[in-house]
Write a protein that binds this ligand. Structure first.
Ligand SMILES: Cc1cc2nc3c(=O)[nH]c(=O)nc-3n(C[C@H](O)[C@H](O)[C@H](O)COP(=O)(O)OP(=O)(O)OC[C@H]3O[C@@H](n4cnc5c(N)ncnc54)[C@H](O)[C@@H]3O)c2cc1C
Ligand code: FES
Length: 315
């Protein structure tokens, strides 16, 4: 049976277990959230003499792979491994610089990082509390704004979201890791129509991508659809309507489930052909999966469909 050694504690990895499972079973405080290789929060570093399996490094930056970083939730061992916490090169200290309720259930969180942190609007980061609690949040801000902005849905019983909403204060220290994710604007093909679609706080990355595309001179149509269950879920409506009034190639459609039906049906009725479009899909995993398929069937190339599903934590 292979063993993982973490900060001096050796743990047998049982049949069918990942390194994350084994370390958590032993009660070791390893940050984690999705357990599916998406959020990145279970990042660990292997000692040079025990490189991790390649499958546990899927999706990591080349430099991180070369340094022995791996995702503990993807790591299944055939031989022993010596692992350590992710180092400073992977996690950047930050403080909360602003907290603002946008609605009863959506909190705007702004962070200032204490070291340079490169990202593109629309990507997501792992936000790590000092005790190791980690969750992913998409970035609504542009790097030029000098801070990281996130829109956090406040969930009943939500460990991170309730803490941010009720206990965290401006000045609170945290750290961020990343960025990750495929939803960000890539300059070029300035005439290409862009479809931005998401539900709930799936608006956060879309808001960032739309503003980035406009700032970078995108000339093709930019169509943003925001789906909410009812109008209580509406946020940034005035700001987006103002953007639409000032930007001829940008439009914003708010769709409530009760009045407009499912978001995917509304989009496909409005745009039955999406040939040559580029699509960004974010938020509820079921909707993202359904839209990805429908947007492809409506003619968009797979290479032009970018999606980040907000998978819930699996802790
Ligand atoms: C790539 C990615 C990007 C994300 N970006 C954002 C973002 O920009 N904004 C944002 O608000 N969230 C985002 N999320 C989700 C976020 O990471 C957390 O899962 C979410 O904030 C809940 O964390 P929590 O600690 O508050 O709740 P938890 O303590 O994890 O869960 C509390 C309860 O809520 C339930 N729950 C968890 N998630 C959901 C959900 N989505 N819908 C309904 N019930 C749920 C759980 O099953 C549990 O019962 C993203 C997730 C991923 C993977
Ligand atoms: S990537 Fe491992 S817990 Fe999310």
């Amino acid at each position: 049976m292979p063993r993982v050694e973490y900060q001096g504690t050796a743990v047998d990895v049982q049949e069918g277990e990942t390194v994350l499972d084994a370390l958590l079973r032993r009660g070791l405080p390893i940050s984690h959230s999705c357990r599916a290789g998406v959020c990145g929060s279970c990042l660990l570093k292997a000692a040079a003499q025990t490189p991790p399996p390649a499958a546990a490094q899927a999706g990591l930056k080349d430099a991180w792979r070369a340094s022995g970083y791996f995702l503990a939730c993807l790591c299944r061992l055939e031989s022993d491994l010596v692992a350590a916490p992710a180092g400073d090169e992977a996690r950047v200290p930050a403080v909360i610089s602003a907290l603002e309720r946008l609605t009863d259930s959506v909190l705007r969180v702004r962070l200032e990082t204490r070291a340079p942190f490169e990202y593109r609007a629309g990507q997501f980061v792992a936000l790590l509390r000092e005790d190791g609690l980690a969750r992913s949040y998409s970035v609504a801000s542009l790097p030029s704004e000098g801070m990281l902005e996130m829109h956090v849905r406040i969930l009943p019983g939500g460990q991170m979201s309730q803490w941010l909403a009720t206990q965290a204060r401006v000045g609170q220290a945290l750290s961020v890791q990343g960025p990750s994710g495929e939803c960000f604007y890539v300059p070029g093909r300035e005439e290409q129509p862009l479809l931005l679609a998401g539900t709930g706080t799936g608006l956060a990355p879309l808001y960032g991508i739309a503003r980035d595309a406009i700032a970078q001179g995108h000339r093709g149509p930019i169509r943003l659809f925001h789906g909410v269950v009812n109008t209580a879920g509406l946020y940034l409506g005035d700001e987006l309507a103002g953007m639409a009034a000032q930007t001829p190639n940008f439009s914003y459609t708010l769709a409530t489930l009760a009045a407009d039906g499912p978001l995917d049906a509304l989009i496909l009725n409005t745009h039955p052909s999406l040939k040559h479009w580029r699509a960004y899909l974010c938020g509820d995993p079921t909707l993202v999966q359904s839209l990805r398929k429908k947007v492809f069937l409506a003619g968009a190339s797979l290479n032009d469909i970018h999606a980040d599903a907000f998978l819930p934590s699996a802790t």
